[in-house]
Structures are given as C-alpha cells and as structure tokens.
Design a protein around this ligand. Structure first.
Ligand code: PHE
Length: 350
C-alpha cells in the first residue's frame, strides 16, 4: 500500500478510536500507537526520506497535516473527558457548591482594651495626652513622692507585692515593687515636663488582694492629672461630669463624697447615678441610687513641691478609675474574674 493511503487509513482508525475512548488512559494509548516514537504516523513520516522528490512533498504535507489534526483531536478528547468527569462528580454529590464558605472565627478586642480605648478617646478629646510608665516601680514613685512616706498608714491600704531581694536594701528610694496604681506615672512625667500639663496614664496596677467577685490582684487603671495656673475644684468636677456623661450617657449624673487620699487635698470619691433607677434606689445599686466609679482631688502641694513645681503658682487636680469597675458598671457583670477566665462565650458578647 502506498504510504499516503496507509497514512489516511491510520488517520481514520485513530479518529474512530478517539470517538470510542472512554477515559484518559485509552486516549493516551491511541496517542502512543499513532504519534508515539514508534507510532504508525511517526514511522510513516520517517519513511518519507526514501521517496522520490515530487512524492516527498505531497506525502510530507499530508503526513504533517494528519499529525497536526490528530494532535488537535487528542487534546480535544482529553479535555472533553475531563469535563465529563467533573459533571459526573457534581451529579454524584448532593453538596451545594453555591453555599457560602465557612468563615473562620474572627477575634475582637478584649472588653478591657475596648474600655481603655473608649476612656482614652474621651479624655484625649478633652485635651489630655497619654503618658506611660513602668509596672515594676520604685517605692519612691509609688508612695513616697505621692506624699505617702515610709510608715504612713495609707500604705497599708494599698499593700502590694514587693520584689524581695531589693526590698532587703531597706532604703525606700531603692525598694522595688509592682505599682499599686498608675499615679507614679504622674510623678515621672512631672519630673520631666513643666506645667501647664494635662495627662492621662492608663496601665496595669497590682495589689495584694485575694481574687473575689470585685477584686483581682492585677487590674487596670486610668488616672488623669491636670496642672495649670488657675485650676479649681470646679474644673475637676466639670471635667468629671463631661467625662461620665460621655462614657455612660447624658442622662447619668455624678455626686462627689468627701474621701481621703494622701496625694490629694481635698479628695473625693465620685459616684455615678445608677443605670437602672437613675438615682432613685434599686437592687442594682443596693437601694442608694449611686455607684462608685472613681477617686479624685486637688493635688496636694507637697506632691507638686516634691517634683519641683511651684505650688504657689500652680495647682493641680487628679482622678483615677479602675477599668474593670467601669466594665462592671457598663455591662452589669456579676464577677470581674470573668474578664480573666478566657471563656469565649463570655468574651464574644462584647
Ligand atoms: N491613685 C488612687 C487609687 O489608686 C486613685 C486616685 C487618683 C485618687 C488620683 C485621687 C486622685 O486609689
């Protein structure tokens, strides 16, 4: 049989084979049989060189054409088979591919961080700047410079965790402890900056408290300090009123009760009207209509003098609040320890 007829026959056979092919293996078999290294078409192409020169051209063209067509058809058949496979798969399963995917659970900020941010935002809005300081603090900054020298009875109210080896030095200036409030930041700041100054100091504080529904040995505070020429107790009250209303809502009122802090004089504790009864008295507020939220007062002149501020020229006011307490008041928490349990069912509510 002439080479050209042989090629045409093989071409037809190959095309028939492809039509019947059921899977990719069968297609591959056909490819090898006709186009492989020892395939029918390939060996025909190899024989062309023995033909006479005018036949060479005609047969060569035909052979190339057949090879290209076969290659094309093989590719097409393979892709038809694989899309058929996908369709079959789709039919086999009852899974609905148009359903939305599973969302990985997204985290959010802890309630404590949220409240710190909220409080900071309000006070920055009133012109305060954020200051920071160390949690491991010198006795001097935590107590002595805040008008609470060694032996002062007020120290025992904030008994704390001393870091033992250094306590042995017996020099209060060098004793090291976990700060009991963020007030030492105010001292550090006043040492370096001259008035007028308006700062807030957020951070962790530590006290030797046993954990119970309203205490944890570590908690968060934000304290504010303003030192300027003509500050009065009225400025302090006005600032706190604006602050409390922004934080808890316009309908809430504040009340100041005289109190004692070593570093302020006069000092007061501030209550906010109860969220439930707005001051009338109910179960939430224990019947008296008010909930305590912070301590405040006019900075004791001794504190100003200690850091070299002229207490004849300047006056200051300060206030300090516990973040956990605000969380309790804002959300009616029954136990502040929940804030530290790391229970996702609790945390994801906020
Ligand atoms: N530092 C006080 C405390 O932790 C709070 C306070 C701050 C009171 C500023 C008065 C003025 O209890």
């Amino acid at each position: 049989m002439a080479l050209i007829e042989q090629l045409e026959k093989s071409h037809k056979e190959a095309l028939d084979g492809l039509k019947k092919a059921q899977n990719e293996d069968q297609v591959e078999e056909i490819r090898i049989k006709y186009l492989g290294r020892k395939g029918v078409v390939t060996s025909a192409l190899r024989q062309i060189k023995d033909l006479s020169s005018d036949q060479k051209k005609a047969v060569g063209q035909k052979a190339n054409q057949i090879r290209n067509q076969l290659e094309e058809q093989i590719k097409q058949t393979k892709s038809d088979i694989s899309s058929l496979k996908i369709e079959e798969k789709l039919k086999e399963t009852t899974f609905d591919y148009s359903l939305p995917g599973k969302m990985p659970p997204l985290g959010n900020k802890h309630l404590i961080s949220q409240i710190i941010e909220e409080v900071v935002e309000i006070l920055v809005g009133l012109g305060y700047q954020v200051a920071e300081g160390p949690e491991i603090e010198l006795d001097y900054y935590n107590f002595t410079a805040l008008n609470t020298p060694p032996g002062h009875p007020a120290r025992s109210l904030q008994d704390t965790l001393y870091l033992k080896d250094i306590k042995d030095s017996k020099k209060p200036k060098e004793e090291v402890l976990l700060r009991t409030h963020t007030s030492p930041i105010q001292i550090r700041y006043m040492e370096k900056h001259n008035p007028p100054l308006y700062i807030i100091a957020p951070g962790k504080a530590y006290r030797r408290d046993i954990a119970d529904p309203s205490h944890t040995p570590m908690f968060h505070q934000i304290e504010g300090l303003a030192v300027d020429e003509k500050l009065s107790f009225g400025d302090l009250k006005g600032t706190l009123e604006v602050f409390v209303k922004r934080l808890f809502g316009e309908e809430r009122a504040i009340r100041l009760r005289p109190h004692f802090f070593p570093f302020t004089e006069p000092s007061a504790e501030v209550d906010v009207s109860c969220s439930l009864c707005l001051g009338k008295g109910c179960r939430l507020c224990g019947g008296n209509g008010w909930l305590e939220i912070l301590g405040c007062g006019m900075v004791d002149p001794n504190v100003l003098e200690e850091v070299g501020v002229d207490s004849e020229k300047y006056r200051g006011f300060a206030f300090g609040m516990g973040i956990e307490r605000i969380a309790v008041l804002k959300h009616g928490l029954d136990d502040i320890r929940r804030l530290y349990d790391n229970d996702i069912r609790f945390l994801e509510q906020f």
